[in-house]
Design a protein around this ligand. Structure first.
Ligand SMILES: [Zn+2]
Length: 102
């Protein structure tokens, strides 16, 4: 299992990786504001992010089923514009993770 977090504009967040048991790439995109501090008083004191205590922040979630996205091209198709946030270096790492399992 590889798993990398990518900061997106407006405090949004993407998590991307290779799921070894399922043999698929996966990605979760969290909504804008996910990594900004909570406005709830208690959370604010503890400098929580929204992500620490909210569970309705996922905007996109792909790659949950076995062999759903077996190649980077499949991941690109599933992610659309969000795929651009993945650097060439990370794409190489993801491809390497996939090949180790091949
Ligand atoms: Zn909080």
């Amino acid at each position: 299992m590889s798993r990398t977090e990518i900061a997106l504009p407006q405090d949004a967040l993407m998590v991307v990786g290779w799921d070894r048991p399922l043999a698929t790439f996966f990605a979760q995109v969290f909504k804008a504001g996910t990594t900004s501090e909570c406005r709830d008083d208690l959370c604010y004191i503890q400098q929580h992010t929204h992500r620490d205590c909210r569970d309705d922040l996922i905007d996109v979630w792909v790659g949950c089923d076995p062999r759903e996205l077996p190649t980077l091209s499949d991941l690109e198709r599933a992610l659309g514009k969000h795929f651009e946030a993945i650097s060439p270096e990370l794409k190489a790492e993801l491809e390497q993770a996939r090949q180790i399992d091949a």
